[in-house]
Design a protein around this ligand. Structure first.
Ligand SMILES: [Zn+2]
Length: 107
């Protein structure tokens, strides 16, 4: 049995955060507070398109611009990848969280 880790509370009345959040009515002010972290609105496509255009420019002889696009696009892909990884970790942590029904703390 899990209890609230707060020394002032230590109530055994805790719930699974995702289940608790899903059971909240949409108009509840707690719905936002306990909401899962948002997934980033990022896309690999634009970054990959920049790399593809860079390769095309390189083939056409535009070495400097081509390299700039390829390197920039690759860096962009890396940034997108990091953002997605971070968001997934946040999401996984949220899915394993609990909420204390006595003091409303999450842990
Ligand atoms: Zn508590």
């Amino acid at each position: 049995m899990i209890a609230c880790p707060s020394p002032k509370c230590s109530s055994p009345n805790v719930a699974d955060l995702p289940h608790y959040w899903q059971s909240l009515p949409a108009e509840s002010p707690l719905k936002d507070r306990y909401a899962p972290p948002a997934r980033p609105k990022v896309s690999y496509w634009a970054a990959l398109a920049a790399v593809a255009v860079g390769i095309l420019v390189l083939v056409e002889g535009g070495v400097l611009l081509g390299l700039l696009l390829v390197v920039g696009g690759a860096g962009w892909v890396a940034v997108v990848y990091k953002a997605v990884q971070w968001a997934e970790a946040q999401r996984a942590a949220w899915e394993q969280s609990h909420v204390c029904l006595a003091c409303t703390g999450t842990f």
